[in-house]
Design a protein. Structure first.
Length: 331
């Protein structure tokens, strides 16, 4: 069944998108203006002090925000550790999350905020604000972050595996995954643009080099041959390499720019999911528009997409809780 296939599935998806689209909750800018007026400045100051010493963390913290929002909404559930009381493996141990970084950084921010206003600022809001502020510090775009999220109390590894789109995704699965979160095809392209910074590990794409579609020795035909050969000779020299890191946007992985999209059009996107964006006339057209446009315009549109992503299925009001420690639910 290609793309959405039968009409029944399409109608179900439309209903689901409608539900998700109406579940953004009551977030607002400067939510803590009265309850903790210094909260956002404390977070910003912490980021501005620490990120210059570890700029690669900006991409990691941005990814952390994405992985949080795609499972149970943006509720900080990705931060929870497994304990005997939880009775299940948490999102942290799921395959998509085993290479996540930045948890100690979030804990450090939480500690600083708690010192000012105990029990007021949620870990979910901290993740959202830190993602934005760390990208800005490294010269990337700014976007609005309405706050008021509350923290979830449930975290399941199986849900992370089911909801986070893997780097091996084809266009159909990407479309379905993003639509289920209320995100359209343009937002799929824009949010994929986050791959302009940061690195990945060989297992995320090595099948494209060594055994595409499970056939040993077969290379992904959608991957530029010269680029593939370079990856095999200089980076992922074995399909069993689990430690080597590779830039997602070679030569420009520390700059939030349009280079990623340019590489995707040249068949040099690192992941199968990157290449998938060119298999749809609609998403390929969006990419061409971005490449032909200005960096300022990309920043503006990326920011709007990030603001929308940050509202996915949030918990507000009396839902959830404000955790004392981000890695554990309140006792």
């Amino acid at each position: 069944m290609s793309k959405f296939g039968y009409l029944g599935n399409f109608l179900v998806l439309c209903i689901l998108v409608g539900i998700v689209g109406s579940s953004h909750g009551q977030l607002q800018l400067n939510f803590y203006a009265k309850s903790c007026p210094q909260a956002e400045k404390i977070i910003q100051d912490y980021v501005q002090k620490q990120i210059p010493h570890a700029p690669s963390l900006a991409a990691a913290l941005l990814r952390l925000h994405f992985h949080d929002c795609f499972v149970r909404g943006c509720d900080g559930s990705v931060l929870l550790n497994f304990t005997l009381s939880t009775k299940n493996q948490t999102e942290k141990v799921a395959v998509p999350n085993q290479t996540l970084r930045g948890f100690p950084f979030i804990d450090g921010v939480k500690k600083a905020v708690e010192a000012e206003c105990p029990g007021v600022v949620s870990c979910a809001d901290i993740v959202a604000l830190v993602a934005r502020d760390s990208v800005v510090v490294t010269g990337g775009p700014y976007w609005k972050v309405p706050t008021g999220r509350r923290d979830g109390r449930i975290s399941n590894a199986s849900e992370a595996l089911a909801n986070i789109p893997p780097p091996t995704s084809n266009f159909s699965s990407l479309q379905t995954s993003f639509a289920s979160k209320g995100l359209d095809l343009k937002e799929l392209v824009l949010l994929s643009g986050a791959h302009t910074i940061g690195v990945s590990h060989c297992p995320s794409f090595s099948s494209r080099l060594y055994n595409f579609t499970g056939v040993w020795g077969k290379k992904d035909p959608s991957l530029d041959s010269e680029y593939a050969s370079n990856l095999k000779m200089k980076k992922c020299k074995s399909i069993n390499d689990n430690t080597t890191i590779v830039e997602m946007d070679p030569g420009s992985s520390s700059k939030f720019d349009l280079s990623y999209f340019q590489l995707v059009l040249k068949r040099k996107g690192l992941f199968q999911s990157d290449a998938a964006l060119t298999t749809s006339a609609t998403t390929k057209s969006f990419i061409n528009q971005l490449v032909q446009g200005s960096l300022k315009q990309f920043y503006a549109e990326f920011g709007v997409a990030m603001e929308k992503m940050g509202k996915i299925e949030v918990k507000t009001g009396s839902a959830g809780e404000i955790r004392k420690h981000c890695a554990a639910v309140n006792s």
